[in-house]
Design a protein around this ligand. Structure first.
Ligand code: NI
Length: 397
């Protein structure tokens, strides 16, 4: 698919971006395996004369549109990975990779940010600095943002913006939230070592299955009895493994699950509480238990100034701006926000099913306005940083 000239013709641009989205949709790739996706993105950017940074990334791409060379730097970010879901939507661009689907609309995010890159390229002469255009791998596994940061491709970036589509909102609706928007996402494993025995003589062993069952129930008391009712904590055990047959009490049991929290202070207290539950119950039975904690992305925490700015630009672009509720889902955009101020926003795409559903769809009419929005946002963010700096340096004589 070639677009050799950057176009500001809306119809031409729209049909190209729809092609981009459909092309990605038909050939989805899982987290950290986005080899073909990255190659295509690189080609689409380079065909439009947009330079691609030479940074050490296995998958993912960072493009750059450079206007005024001594100006500030901002970034716009799309994620590019798909999910291990078998698509049930029949269409000419249905996934042709069995068991893999763009069911979270990252193909939409990619098309939107490519469109924004084209529009920025068109305005290159007038933009007051540099825009880094980030196509991040592996959002679904929660660690792709770290590889982008480690690549050095965000050096000098003073503000960063990202998007997620919302299939349950109409096209033209722009969702925004100042402060915490998504949950901190942690994964845990629990290993329990008891003592195997004959199933008919449990007194000779230490039954890890009974212990596991008690731990599973007791973990919920961390939510119901040890956390303020107004604080959000979710603890879900999602995997249990133990035993091989009906007449033997096994030696060990294994549990796995996830914890979601909206406040960092609360998040920090959870591993200790889980450990106390494990210790109490295993000691009661004379078994040994161990918690293995895998900290994932923290909460997306939108910067007040940039959130207000992003909302204002949305309004001037004709979006209906609504305030959205924080979710217990996760989003690794938060890793960028640990060192760069920024805002993460929602764009309505009027689908029929929710995210991660095998029948997830979206209305492609949402692509072009979102591309214009992100180009405008990046351009005006540069203007704002530039003007703020001038004002700061200005000393009345
Ligand atoms: Ni997603």
């Amino acid at each position: 698919m070639g677009l050799n000239i950057v176009t500001d013709n809306k119809n031409e641009l729209e049909s190209h971006l729809i092609d981009v989205r459909r092309n990605l949709h038909a050939e989805p790739e899982l987290s950290n395996q986005e080899i073909k996706t990255s190659k295509k993105i690189k080609k689409w950017l380079e065909n439009a004369g947009i330079s691609v940074l030479d940074v050490p990334l296995k998958t993912g791409v960072i493009g750059e549109v450079r206007g005024q060379s001594d100006g500030p730097v901002v970034a716009i970010r799309a994620d590019i990975d798909a999910l291990a879901i078998n698509e049930e939507v029949v269409s000419p661009f249905q996934s042709n990779i069995p068991g893999v689907m763009h069911a979270c609309g990252h193909d939409f995010h990619t098309a939107v940010i490519i469109g924004a890159a084209y529009l920025l390229k068109n305005r290159q002469d007038r933009i007051k600095g540099t825009v880094r255009i980030v196509f991040q791998p592996a959002e679904e596994t929660g660690h792709g943002a770290k590889s982008i940061i480690a690549s050095g491709g965000l050096e000098g970036v003073e503000a960063i913006f990202g998007l997620h589509n919302d299939p349950l909102s109409e096209v033209g609706v722009f969702g925004v939230k100042d402060g915490v928007l998504t949950a901190g996402v942690d994964r845990f494993e629990i290993n329990i070592r008891g003592k195997g025995s004959h199933a008919a003589r449990p007194q000779e062993g230490i039954d890890p299955i009974v212990i596991a069952a008690e731990i599973i129930s007791r973990l919920q008391s961390i939510v119901s009895r040890q956390t303020k009712p107004s604080e959000s904590v979710v603890i879900s055990v999602t995997q249990i493994r133990s035993g091989n047959t009906w007449n033997v009490i096994p030696e060990t049991a294994y549990l796995e699950g996830t914890v979601r929290t909206l406040k960092e202070e609360i998040r920090q207290t959870i591993p200790g509480k889980i450990e106390r539950v494990i210790k109490g119950i295993t000691e009661t039975y004379g078994a040994v238990g161990e918690l293995v904690w895998h900290a994932g992305p923290p909460s997306v925490n939108n910067d007040t100034e940039w959130t207000n700015f992003a909302s204002h630009i949305a309004e001037t672009n004709g979006y209906k701006v609504v305030e959205i509720e924080p979710t217990s889902g996760g989003e690794d955009f938060s890793f960028y926000q640990q060192s760069i101020r920024g805002a993460f926003v929602n764009i309505g795409v009027a689908g029929e099913y929710g995210l991660h559903h095998p029948r997830y769809t979206l209305n492609e009419e949402a692509i072009l306005p979102a591309a214009y929005y992100f180009a405008d946002l990046a351009e005006r963010a540069l203007n704002k940083i530039y003007a703020d700096k001038l004002a700061k340096d200005y000393k009345p004589s």
